[in-house]
Design a protein around this ligand. Structure first.
Ligand code: BES
Ligand code: MN
Ligand code: ZN
Length: 502
């Protein structure tokens, strides 16, 4: 999709469609009013006759409206003007994309950017529009023979800005939005790819290819023999039961003016299929465990967007990639392994594998002398029970980092919610035979998982995002959401801006 910005009156746009909002009840937005005046009341007449109330979700498509240069005008109901919020704004934009794509309007001039939203400026609206449009049109059909493409797909959206003065801001928002959605798309494609194709080796290849695509981007892949040398006994214990060999994927983007500037390190759980191992999962919806690499997918998405924008910052990605399978060599409940840090771990449940691969990746991350480390993982079903599918669980040992992530989540709409990691919870991880147990019982399962990780992150500022509830949707609309790429990108963009102002 091609996105751009333009200032100018809607009736003067030579486009296949102009999109404007109408509020409940029958209140025209500014651009709808302009089009109504130009067409001598055509729109208000239709509305008076009951064609459109302005309720959220309503639409009305008009053709050949007099005194305009466009083929069509799409009126979209926006609900009560005062009740317009971030979610509704996205819904209205998604609906626009759906209708245009179905109706063969290949290009649009969107005046939805004028809709009034508290504390949200034009750049935010443009970025959110881009995300909502692409979210609506995304399909994962690489593996389908019949692609069911729209005959005349939407190709181009031009966002209206109120004056020429807003053009530079708008153009930057388009650049950022486009980079973010290509990151989201990469993340979704990797996540939706089935486990027989998207293996640890496949992820490693993806990382290599990003290294070839972008400037200031290096990729390094550590093989199992190197993990052996590094004594990553926890990570290796998970991959022992799999025919696919584990990879530790390192991507380094060096965009800061100084190579010595401490990096942000992003660690992503990359379990390309989680069967549970010997503690085998039940069969229902087990296919969805191909999504157990969504942490890694999110890190891939963020890395590609950061590199696409060539942001002035240093970022390192560390992705432990492996399958978790049952096998004669697989870990058994009761096995004790030694992590890279030297801490011994009793594996009481082989299905709590995420923390085993992450603990070694987190210990390894120390070597980058990080400013902060953020790990992203589909870590616990318990997090889904606690928070549902709306926010990611946020844990950490450094309040400024936690606040930065909470704020980035609120602003981007890709929210997270802070959970405690108090020392009291550590008792649940006691083992009779090793330093730590890998499970903490039924209570507070997402917290005990985070507290397990906290034992390996004491030397730096750390946050953990449990994305088990937000990374994909099940059921009829099964598919990856691309989260938390928007959150990570907002965090990174805020950091870059913060650095620039000092
Ligand atoms: N990948 C799962 C977590 C998960 C399960 C995410 C379902 C989303 C939906 C993780 O490896 C896991 O199996 N965790 C166990 C931990 C338990 C054994 C302590 C879980 O949540 O049941
Ligand atoms: Mn598991
Ligand atoms: Zn898992």
């Amino acid at each position: 999709m091609e996105f751009s910005v333009k200032s100018g009156s809607p009736e003067k746009q030579r486009m296949s469609c102009i999109v404007v909002g109408v509020f409940d009840s029958r209140k025209l937005s500014a651009s709808a009013q302009i089009l109504d005046d130009a067409s001598e009341g055509l729109i208000s007449n239709l509305i008076r006759r009951g064609e459109l109330e302005g309720l959220l979700g309503q639409d009305l498509l008009l053709h050949n409206v007099p005194n305009t240069l466009c083929d069509r005008i799409l009126l979209l109901g926006c609900g009560k003007e005062k009740e317009l919020d971030v979610n509704n704004f996205r819904k209205i934009n998604a609906q626009m994309a759906k209708i245009l794509d179905q109706r063969g309007a290949t290009e649009a001039f969107s005046c939805l950017t004028e809709l009034p939203l508290k504390n949200r400026e034009i750049d935010w609206k443009i970025r959110q529009s881009i995300e909502a449009i692409e979210e609506q049109l995304y399909r994962f059909d690489q593996l389908k023979s019949d692609k069911q493409n729209s005959r005349r797909p939407l190709r181009k959206v031009v966002f209206s800005v109120s004056s020429r003065r807003d053009l530079p801001t708008g153009e930057l928002a388009v650049r950022q939005g486009s980079a973010i959605i290509s990151g989201i798309k990469l993340s979704k494609d990797l996540a939706n790819m089935p486990g027989n194709i998207c293996t640890p080796g496949y992820l490693a290849e993806q990382a290599r290819s990003l290294g070839k695509t972008y400037r200031n981007f290096e990729t390094e892949i550590l093989e199992e023999s190197q993990m052996e040398e590094l004594a990553m006994g926890a990570l290796l214990s998970v991959s022992r039961g799999s025919r696919e060999s584990a990879k530790l994927i390192i991507m380094k983007y060096s965009g800061a003016a100084s190579a010595d500037e401490k990096p942000v390190v992003l660690v992503g759980k990359g379990v390309t299929f989680d069967s549970g191992g010997i503690s085998l999962k039940p069969g229902a919806a087990m296919d969805e465990m191909k999504y157990d690499m969504c942490g890694a997918a999110g890190v891939f998405g963020a890395m590609s967007a950061i590199a696409e924008l060539q942001l002035p910052i240093n970022v390192v990605a560390v992705i432990p990639a492996t399958e978790n399978m049952p096998d004669g060599l697989a870990s058994k409940p009761g096995d004790i392994v030694t992590s890279m840090s030297g801490t011994t771990i009793e594996i009481l449940n082989t299905d709590a594998e995420g923390r085993l691969i992450l603990c070694d990746a987190l210990t390894y991350s120390q070597k980058f002398n990080p400013e902060v480390v953020i790990d992203i993982a589909t870590l616990t079903g318990a997090c889904v029970i606690a928070l549902g599918g709306h926010p990611a669980g946020l844990f950490g040992n450094h309040n400024p980092l936690i606040n930065d992530l909470l704020n980035a989540g609120k602003y981007s709409g890709d929210r997270c919610w802070h959970m405690p990691t108090w020392p009291e919870y550590k008792q649940q991880l006691k083992s009779n035979f090793a330093d730590l147990a890998n499970i903490g019982g039924r209570e507070a399962g997402s917290i005990t998982a985070a507290v397990f990780l906290a034992q390996f992150t004491k030397k730096y500022n750390w946050a953990h995002l449990d994305i088990a509830g937000v990374a994909w949707k099940g059921g009829e609309n099964k598919g990856s959401t691309g989260r938390p790429v928007p959150l990570l990108m907002q965090y990174i963009l805020n950091r870059v801006e913060e650095n620039a102002s000092h």
